[in-house]
Design a protein around this ligand. Structure first.
Ligand SMILES: [Zn+2]
Length: 299
């Protein structure tokens, strides 16, 4: 009698927060350089993109900006955000989109002495539109990661606003169709989130969507491979470390409501906060899970 064939459930590897990602003790990914190592079948994006002037760069991540005091950990008030940006502008810093810093929008030529960093916003909140107007006043650009199914809903950008942002030179990236932790989905569901969001945005905007940001910062090997397989040039995650221009994996500093302006300036200036100092605001349990190598994301 034939026994039904055992189907091995796919177990994607949940990467730790360490700099060197390992599978079965073997190095597969260097998070600092974005370089994958032997035996990992998807090739690195590093070799495909010409080097750009800023190799090491800082990517900041904002979420919703609130008119009053911020209530959620990753919300920031209008006043705070403007204070961050004005102080950075005062010190000669200039924000760019990821596309520009990754050399995908032609050669990137910062002005002499200018400190370039990338600015990104997740979730497509309606506050993004106002933020873009202030950034335009400073001559800055940013990348907005939006969820295709959220657009047009109360509290979120309208599709027409997304088009206006793109027309004004801001970059639009995908944050999935829905705002769900992709590491909890089956492969087919995961592929749908990554591919359908890209197609919907590209069809509407008429331009390529080249970066994907993982909702909640949660990612694993299958997500990484799928994002690359479907033609993205980078996967943005939340991880308090500088990024490397051109690398596929893009760590970003999530800006929290309790961060001081000076801390944000320090991050951009490369005077990286000690991890302990950065993590302290998230509570000791998170710090412990960090030390134990749990997923760096989930914020
Ligand atoms: Zn998000």
């Amino acid at each position: 009698m034939n026994t039904p064939r055992q189907v091995q459930a796919e177990q994607p590897v949940l990467y730790s927060s360490e700099t060197i990602a390992k599978e079965n003790g073997r190095v597969v990914f260097n998070l600092q350089t974005g370089v994958r190592h032997r035996g990992f079948r998807v090739k690195s994006a590093v070799s495909e993109i010409k080097p750009v002037p800023c190799r090491r760069c800082v990517v900041l991540l904002y979420h919703r900006l609130t008119p009053g005091p911020a209530r959620q950990r990753y919300e920031v008030s209008w006043v705070q955000a403007r204070r961050h940006w004005q102080e950075l502008a005062h010190r000669g810093a200039g924000a760019r989109s990821l596309r520009t810093l990754w050399g995908l929008a032609g050669p990137h030529k910062p002005q002499p002495g200018q400190l370039c960093f990338a600015l990104s916003f997740d979730d497509g909140s309606d506050s993004d539109f106002q933020a873009a107007q202030w950034l335009s006043d400073l001559g800055w650009r940013a990348t907005f990661f939006v969820n295709a199914s959220q657009l047009g809903k109360p509290g979120y950008l309208a599709w027409s606003q997304v088009r206006e942002l793109a027309a004004a030179g801001f970059e639009i990236g995908s944050h999935g169709v829905d705002h769900v932790a992709l590491t909890r989905l089956l492969r087919t569901q995961l592929e749908f989130q990554i591919l359908a969001s890209k197609h919907r945005l590209e069809d509407y905007l008429g331009e390529k969507i080249v970066f994907f940001a993982a909702p909640f910062g949660a990612w694993h090997s299958l997500l990484l491979e799928t994002v690359e397989q479907y033609g993205y040039h980078g996967l943005a995650i939340s991880r308090p470390t500088p990024a490397m221009s051109g690398a596929f994996l893009i760590p970003r500093y999530g800006i929290r409501r309790n961060m001081r302006t000076q801390q944000v300036v320090q991050l951009v200036q490369g005077g990286r906060l000690r991890v302990q100092e950065y993590v302290r605001g998230r509570g000791m349990h998170i710090w412990r899970s960090w030390r134990q190598g749990a997923c760096a994301g989930n914020w």
